[in-house]
Design a protein around this ligand. Sequence first.
Ligand code: NCD
Ligand code: ZN
Ligand code: ZN
Length: 430
Amino acid sequence: RLDVSGKLVLPGAIDVHVHFREPGYTHKEDWQTGSAAAAMGGTTTVFEMPNTNPPTRSAAELRAKQEAARKSHVDFGLYGLFAEDNLDELEGLIAAGANAFKCFMGNTFGNLPSPSTGAMLEGFEIISRHGLRISLHAEEATIMARRQERLAAAGRNAPLDHLLSRPAIVAVEAVGRAAALAEWTGARIHILHISSAAELRPLAEAKARGVDITGETCPCYLFLNSTDYARLGSVIRVNPPVREASDSAALWHALRNGAIDMIATDHAPHTPEEKAQAVIWRADCGFPGLETQMPLMLTAVAEGRLTIEDYVRLSAEAPACAFGLWPVKGRIAPGAHADIAVVDPRRRETIRAASLHSRGKVTPFEGREVTGVPIHTLVRGRFVQRDRRLVAETAGWGRQVTEIQRMPTPAPRNEALAIRALTASLRGAA
Ligand code: NCD
Ligand code: ZN
Ligand code: ZN
């Protein structure tokens, strides 16, 4: 028996945006270390990105990734790549079990070329016939490249130049374009890593037109802003960049009122050597996020910036609904999978990169005090983390979620109300 008095029993987080780096970059992460980070962070399902080497661009590469993922501690979905040159592979990827698609509209780690608008239209048409969601790295590549060239030519090298090279307009333009194509084709889309207040407008407008569009933001855009560049140097480099304090404030507001649907981590591990660079343009972009997401967000709950019901909606319920995992994941109710994070809402810890289970032992949150930590994680009823320790023998317990996505799903709205009521009552009992 487990004594949970004084604890919160939450549905495990569902993180639709992680990079586990296998195959190709396993010095940064692999499926065992990445999924261990998830288990330690209270995340019970991850959706893993295709910018590995080789990228997940055909059925054969998806099958190789399924093989690599056999050592996962947590359940997972796999993204297929959708690019200019693999439109003929999309049906094959779906048949092989891709759970969602990723489209890079702008350049980022992995250097995958962004598709033209025409190729995007064709891909949206193909994928929409199967109902799978398309997640977009929404940045217009041409504007971005011009800015970067100009800054590099001027010999500029301050961390803030990373922010200047990717002004919010490159994202606003891309969100609007993706939404127009989704409206035209009926595709379901998801906007990854929303970093600016400006992106909220095309997102809200598309929702109002009835486009099936969801959006996420990530802890770095909520807890960091442009005043952190000088202190963190190249460590803060992430695509898109961390922006102004006013952007963070708008993102917090959007999380509370539902304008942004969910939080994801964009867990993007790199080695300390790859991150610590004198020239900002040489630093790899991104950092690990799976082990810091829940403590950071629970700290915000402790400070009254968000309710615990909001957190459950953003971390579990909304991603489950959007990615076809409802009703058996992202909730605590009879018939649901026992995917659970038991949280000690009062436990205080200091974030230390050295103690992360991820191979990417560098974080912009180094030294930050947090209140609220997942102390046990269960995936389908089995402990994968117990008392802040990884259960090592659960490597291989994780399963791909393909079968769940094929199950008929009841209307999520009423269910969403039910889970909110249930979470509230659990909180009362704790
Ligand atoms: C990601 C990575 O390293 O794979 N990096 C990042 O800065 N976010 C790629 C991405 O999500 O754009
Ligand atoms: Zn991205
Ligand atoms: Zn990413």
